[in-house]
Design a protein around this ligand. Structure first.
Ligand code: 5RP
Length: 222
């Protein structure tokens, strides 16, 4: 199986996970990226079984609408049973690095609201220690250089992701060369830097369910 087939398999596993719980009034949180896109395409086959979705990015909103799935403003949603999204890295504690697609802030907001965050990933994303994938940090543009200097003090090498503006009008610094042995602590430290909007570390609110696809099938971690 190639990587896309593994992504498709975990997307299908997420559908199987949520399907028995869907009700006509259910709204589902939907993530961003290629794995999430496979999920959206499969979700569309069940679009008459639920009320709609909240999107974690403009790109996801567009794809959902193309499938005829109604997209809701998070502020008008009372309850989000599930949030389904991919990850750039995950560990056995269900802590994640996300934001390779620059959607980290909205992803973190939707994850915060959801009762159950289901992360779907192929097994290339599973690591013992987070940090091989550069950690994305969304930053207010005028604070970019200051935040970069502060991130340097934490021991990493921040690199400005040129040409990228987030859906929120901000920029991204990717923090390279970090061995993240204390994800919750680092998330707290980065959050405390003035000018940081959000980091791509999902440790204070990790996934609740991690579906990992490998050539041996889909493994479920909770
Ligand atoms: C986007 C994300 C994605 O979930 C992450 O980049 C994984 O993407 P893919 O499913 O394409 O490998 O966090 O901001």
């Amino acid at each position: 199986m190639n990587q896309d087939q593994l992504k498709q398999a975990v997307a299908k596993a997420a559908i199987d996970y949520i399907l028995p719980h869907l009700e006509p009034r259910s709204i589902i949180g939907v993530g961003t990226g290629s794995t999430a896109n496979f999920f959206i395409d499969l979700l569309a086959e069940h679009k008459y079984d639920f009320a709609g979705a909240v999107a974690s990015s403009e790109a996801t909103a567009e794809r959902l609408k193309q499938h005829g799935i109604s997209v809701h403003n998070l502020n008008s949603v009372q309850e989000l049973e599930f949030y389904v999204d991919g990850a750039d890295e995950c560990n056995k504690h269900l802590e994640l690095i996300k934001g390779g697609g620059a959607a980290l802030t909205r992803e973190k907001i939707v994850a915060a609201v959801a009762k159950t965050f289901i992360c779907i990933a192929d097994d290339s994303k599973k690591v013992a220690v987070l940090g091989e994938f550069p950690l994305p940090v969304e930053v207010i543009p005028m604070a970019r250089s200051y935040v970069a200097r502060e991130l340097l003090k934490l021991g990493g090498d921040p690199v400005y992701r040129t040409g990228v503006v987030t859906d929120n009008g901000n920029v991204i610094l990717d923090l390279h060369n970090m061995q993240i042995t204390d994800p919750r602590g680092l998330e707290e430290q980065i959050n405390a830097i003035t000018g940081v909007v959000c980091s791509g570390l999902f440790a204070q609110r990790p996934a609740d369910v991690l579906l990992i696809g490998s050539k041996n099938g889909v493994e479920t971690l909770v």
